[in-house]
Structure formats: C-alpha cells, structure tokens
Ligand binder design. Structure first.
Ligand code: T46
Length: 131
C-alpha cells in the first residue's frame, strides 16, 4: 500500500506563501469539518482507530509528524513535514500518529461532521470490517 499524497499548488512571492484548498478540486470530497491538533508532547501517539465512512486529508501546516496507515492487510508509514502536501486517508484505514515535533500543527479536513459512532476503536473489530 502506498500513501496517497496530494501536492498542493503553492502561490508564493516576496510576501510569503499561500495554499488554497477547495472541495472537489484538490480535496476529493465535500469539506464538512476542519480541525487541527497542536501542542502534542513529543513522545505521544494519537489515533488508534479507523472510520466506517469518513474520508480525510491531513496536512502538517507547521512542523512535522508521522502516520502509520493500515488497511488490514498492509501497513505503511508516512512523514508529513510540508504545508503543501496532504495525506488522503480513506475509510476503513487504521491510523496512528506519532513523532510530533514540538511546533507541529496538524490540520485535518473531513468529509463528515464529528460522529463518535463512525469510529472503530478496537483493532480486532477493524480487521473484521476491513477484511
Ligand atoms: C483522526 C485523527 C487524524 C471532537 O469533539 N470533534 C472533532 O471533530 C474531533 C476530531 C474530536 N473531538 C473530540 C473527541 C475527543 O474527546 O476531541 C477529543 C480528541 O479526539 P481523538 O481522541 O479522536 O483525537 P485523535 O488525535 O486520536 O484522532 C483525531 C480524529 O478524531 C480522527 O478522526 O482521523 O485525528
């Protein structure tokens, strides 16, 4: 399994950089929610779940962090360290995030509103659903 990376067009000039994110353009779904994760202690791991239907694009707008993605058959690791690259995470993909830099701000665009019922937090249950 390869990570699905989206490389955003960067508009930069002497005043700095700008990246535009647009649903159904460079983001492959309707954007219903945006959240961001910051101040994560360096040795912390987050995630440990999959989603039943949610699709997301994760972008490290500052600093860096790593993702482990697991489709039930294969795992892949991916380092996010650029504000111009997004990681697409489809549904039924187990994810863990780790190796956060102190300054990391991880922004996530999501295809649905927050719904705890969409989470699969038990790894054995995830394997049953994924396979
Ligand atoms: C994911 C990874 C990349 C809300 O109330 N609304 C929200 O939109 C979100 C995302 C979370 N929450 C609450 C639920 C928990 O009480 O915020 C708390 C922390 O969420 P969670 O433990 O799920 O955070 P992570 O970092 O483990 O996972 C998050 C997303 O939840 C998840 O969808 O794919 O980031």
């Amino acid at each position: 399994m390869d990570p699905v990376l989206i490389h955003f067009k960067e508009m930069s000039d002497g005043r700095g950089g700008l990246v535009a994110l647009e649903q159904h353009q460079n983001i492959p779904f309707e954007i219903k929610r945006v959240y961001y994760i910051y101040g994560t202690p360096v040795n912390t791991r987050r995630g440990f779940h999959a989603h039943k239907a949610l699709e997301q694009v994760a972008i490290c707008v500052k600093g860096a962090c790593s993702f482990l993605l697991d489709n039930g058959k294969e795992q892949v690791e991916c380092r996010l360290d650029s504000s111009t690259t997004g990681l697409y995470i489809g549904y039924k993909i187990w994810r863990e995030m780790y190796d956060f830099t102190e300054d990391c701000v991880l922004m996530v665009l999501a295809s649905e509103f927050y719904d705890e019922a969409d989470y699969i937090r038990d790894y054995e249950k995830f394997l049953e659903e994924a396979n």
